[in-house]
Design a protein around this ligand. Structure first.
Ligand SMILES: Cc1cc2nc3c(=O)[nH]c(=O)nc-3n(C[C@H](O)[C@H](O)[C@H](O)COP(=O)(O)O)c2cc1C
Length: 345
């Protein structure tokens, strides 16, 4: 008995629901640290939302720590009802901390818990987390992690599904890893179609999708399969889904090129006024979520918001100068003033 339960009335398995309701395929905004936070998701909900959101990944070890717990809850695990369905993504190398993290996510109302087994960052690998878990010597640890997360969900009294997001392998493509994961019968499995070694430096390996779908069909047909890597828009996602027969496409960096991709509109078609309106809205949501204290300090650095201006402030005369001005702005008031003055010109 793992995290899959056949749908009966009251089933909380979002993956099964998406599979049933979107037979042509569904689309997910990838978890991205310092990007897919509550203010950004709130904005995306308004301009064109995916079928499913993920949070940024959050450390189980941090959540187990009383000092860090409240901060992480506020910083990463806050969401608004409108964003549902939404999955909380967790990571870590200590199985014992997965139970309480998963229980917390279930109690906070998330529609599922996802375990990150793909992050290639050195500080994550050091914790025996992220893609370090792909290594053969860590199979037992992965089993313990899954069992612990499952226990945590059960303890919450809810019946939400557990899923996994990973890569094709560590140094090389490793189908034994995919097979191993499928034997754990996750409710869903997302494959970022690159190895850890490849980071994001090579094109995603679509050539392996066919074999992965075959393995899924043989080992765990109930597991909902999502592919991820270089998918830029829904059309590309649909084509891949139709060709290979998996269920969902996850899109990450595509949103930087076109924040309207889930609405199947082009941000570049937006007028200057509309673009600035979006920049202001995001600023407003960020400022509200992470307000500055008396010393001007925020729970999340204001510079993280300003990175988004590279996306929004683009494709019109004077964009570069405006962007430079905005990059120097210190708070919401300044951002609003600079945008409004530019519009009056
Ligand atoms: C800025 C950034 C942050 C990311 N943070 C996470 C994360 O928290 N959890 C995760 O599973 N993957 C994370 N990823 C990986 C993405 O979810 C995704 O797998 C990767 O970007 C490939 O998809 P894409 O080509 O559509 O961007 C991150 C990627 C980027 C660019």
């Amino acid at each position: 008995m793992f995290f899959l339960k056949r749908r009966k009335s009251g089933s909380e398995n979002i993956w099964e629901r998406l599979r049933e309701e979107k037979p042509e395929g569904f689309f997910v905004l990838a978890p991205m640290a310092d990007v897919t936070d509550n203010p950004f998701r709130k904005l995306i909900c308004e301009i064109g939302r995916p079928d499913l959101f993920f949070t940024e990944f959050v450390a189980c070890d941090g959540l187990a720590h009383p000092d860090a717990r409240e901060r992480l809850k506020k910083q990463i695990l806050t969401f608004e009802k409108k964003q549902k369905p939404i999955i909380a993504q967790i990571f870590g190398g200590r199985p014992e901390n997965y139970a309480s993290a998963a229980e917390l996510c279930a109690n906070l109302g998330f529609d599922g818990v996802d375990i990150n087994m793909g992050c290639p960052q050195k500080n994550i690998l050091k914790q025996v987390a992220g893609s370090e878990l792909i290594k053969k010597e860590n199979r037992e640890l992965v089993e313990e992690i899954i069992a612990s997360a499952k226990k945590g969900i059960e303890e919450s009294g809810r019946n939400i599904p557990l899923s996994i997001k990973t890569r094709l392998g560590f140094n090389e493509v490793d189908f034994s890893w995919i097979e191993f994961l499928l034997r754990q019968k996750p409710a869903a499995l997302t494959i970022h179609l690159r190895t850890k070694k490849e980071m994001s430096k090579v094109p995603a390996h679509y050539e392996y999708i066919e074999e992965i779908v075959k393995l899924r069909n043989e080992i765990s047909p109930e597991t909902v399969l999502m592919m991820n890597g270089d998918i830029k828009n829904l059309e590309e996602g649909r084509e891949l889904i139709e060709k290979y027969g998996f269920e969902g496409a996850m899109i990450g960096r595509g949103i930087f090129e076109n924040p309207l991709l889930f609405a199947e509109k082009n941000f570049s078609d937006f007028s200057l006024k509309e673009k600035l309106k979006i920049a202001k809205k995001h600023t407003e949501y960020f400022d509200k979520e992470f307000p500055a204290n008396k010393e001007g300090k925020r729970m999340k650095n204001f510079a993280l918001l300003k990175k988004f201006f590279k996306i929004y402030i683009n494709g019109f005369e004077g964009a570069r100068e405006l962007r430079m001005k905005l990059m120097r702005a210190k708070n919401k008031k300044e951002i609003f003033r600079i945008c409004d003055e530019f519009l009056k010109k």
